[in-house]
Design a protein around this ligand. Structure first.
Ligand code: ADP
Ligand code: MG
Length: 497
């Protein structure tokens, strides 16, 4: 990247003259940075790397410190809190004398000098890089364009106020909040925002929260929230009624398009094609696009490679499974709301702690459990107690007890055969590790609801055919080899205990 900011250039020049050695330091640092970068990429994965490190440059280097240039405040503060130690650690391997990494915020060179504060009506045409007045978008009132028809309705409860932030969702939340700030420099670098995570962890909630917030800040901005499923139905309907022109127009005239659960269009080729055209048109016109899925872009099987890679080209934020603190926080916040509506619904702390511990699958189930307890109490007129909660949730608790993770299975099998956990994931093919690995795959198929491709991925990214092979192999060994039968039997029993 060339530096465009004159002030910075001359500052650097004087400093170089003064220090003499700085130029060399900078050249060396840039080379070291390449190596640090590739380690970060290997360690963090492509998606995370692209989100945070793709746009970084070395700005300055001295004998003991490195200054990294970041394009936005958001990226800067995220790197400072989350990655600075790691960067320093890697840098020390390159040059032990480096003791400090600084972060300096410098907008990227392609930003015009005078940024419009909000991008609500001014969009930049990427070809001419001239700001153009996008009159089309706003000259019709939204009702006439059938806004509610195109998108899906928004749930009033799903706001930022009702979203509890914890470690597992803080990055997704921060990214979502940023979009509602309407900061144009952020906008370009992190478009699309791709949110992914398991079921019931708050993806839809966050998307609705973004939509509410944008509408509140600037009602003239056109926001469409839809699901991939609805997108497909509308596309098919448009095809049938030969109404493609208005279909295309509706989606391309928005300021912000959100498509929820994109994994739905896997295997649906013409819908994918149409989605991709819409997507490209919006991104090229610098309109914000927000996508959600239950897995990362690269894991979206059945979606074309070029689409997958484009989806991961902005900011990819994953929502991890919840931890105990977050679950308790969510319960406390929900209980407060419930208590406002049913005056008599007092949920004792002890009950919340119990639920947070035992209903660990996802937030939807957690909420459901709390609602059931509160509903029962208010309908029976009895106060909520721990005994009552256990009684009402008996079936749910039993089901969640039985859930075993692939991780647990791998650990148990590794222990049993005295191999390392890493061998479960490695490419080593020697019998001593291949057999236990096959048994762990077999047990994962038996004891979890994971699909074959999901299991394959958990075993160091193997193909689903490898898993099928392992399952068949172990099935036949159980019949022909009594010692294997005994091993599997023991493992099954101890995992189910
Ligand atoms: P997903 O779309 O990821 O499957 P949802 O957004 O539908 O999950 O969330 C499931 C339920 O859990 C919703 O009722 C939502 O309000 C609630 N929820 C999820 N995350 C949070 C959170 N961080 N704070 C409060 N409620 C949450
Ligand atoms: Mg959802």
């Amino acid at each position: 990247m060339h530096k465009q900011d004159g002030a910075t250039m001359s500052e650097e020049n004087t400093e170089q003259n003064r220090q003499g050695k700085t130029t060399d330091d900078l050249v060396i640092a840039k080379r070291q940075w390449e190596r640090v970068r590739s380690r970060l990429r290997a360690e963090l994965g492509e998606a995370t790397f692209n989100s945070w490190f793709r746009h970084l440059e070395i700005l300055k280097a001295t004998a003991t410190s490195i200054t990294i240039q970041v394009p936005t405040k958001f990226i800067g503060s995220w790197i400072e809190t989350n990655y600075l130690k790691r960067i320093l650690g890697h840098w020390k391997k390159e040059n032990d004398a480096i003791s400090k990494i600084n972060v300096s915020i410098q907008p990227a060179m392609h930003q015009p000098a005078t940024q419009p504060e909000t991008i609500s009506r001014v969009v930049t045409d990427s070809r001419s890089s001239q700001p153009v007045q996008n009159t089309q978008v706003n000259h019709l009132p939204s009702e006439e364009r059938g806004q509610d028809d195109v998108g899906a309705p928004l749930e009033p409860r799903y706001t930022f106020d009702n979203f509890v932030v914890g470690k597992s969702n803080e990055m997704a939340h921060a990214a979502a909040r940023r979009i509602t700030d309407g900061n144009p420099s952020y906008y370009k670098l992190h478009n699309p925002l791709f949110l992914y995570g398991g079921v019931g962890l708050g993806k839809t909630h966050l998307m609705h929260a973004i939509a509410w917030e944008i509408r509140r800040n600037d009602p003239s901005r056109r926001v469409i929230y839809t699901s991939a499923e609805k997108f497909m139905y509308q596309f098919i309907r448009a095809l049938r009624y030969k109404d493609m022109m208005s279909f295309k127009q509706q989606f391309r005239e928005v300021d912000v398009l959100m498509v929820d659960d994109i994994q739905f269009i896997a295997g649906k080729e013409s819908t994918q094609e149409e989605f991709f055209h819409t997507f490209n048109a919006l991104i090229d016109g610098n309109h914000q696009v927000i996508i959600s899925a239950d897995r990362s872009p690269s894991d979206l099987e059945g979606i074309e490679e070029r689409i997958r890679s484009r989806l991961g080209w902005g900011l990819v934020a994953d929502i991890h499974p919840t931890d105990y603190e977050l679950r308790l926080g969510i319960l406390q916040s929900k209980a407060e709301t419930l208590m406002r509506n049913h005056k008599d619904a007092v949920v004792p702390e002890q009950v919340m702690e119990f639920l947070a511990q035992r209903v660990a699958t996802n937030i939807r189930e957690l909420e459901g459990a709390l609602n059931r307890v509160v509903a029962f109490a208010s309908f029976s007129g009895r106060p909520i107690t721990l005994e009552m909660a256990k009684e009402i949730l008996r079936d749910l608790l039993r089901a969640s007890e039985r859930r075993i993770s692939i991780d647990q299975i791998q650990r148990k099998v590794a222990d049993y055969y005295n191999v390392r956990m890493g061998d479960m994931l490695s490419a080593r093919r020697s019998r001593a590790v291949a057999r236990p690995r096959q048994i762990a795959m077999y047990l994962s198929k038996q004891l979890t609801t994971r699909s074959l491709p999901e299991i394959g991925r958990k075993f160091g990214g193997r193909d689903h055919t490898t898993v099928i092979h392992a399952v068949r192999k172990v099935e036949s060994l159980r019949e022909s080899d009594p010692s294997i039968e005994e091993d599997v039997d023991l493992l099954l029993r101890s995992l189910e205990a």
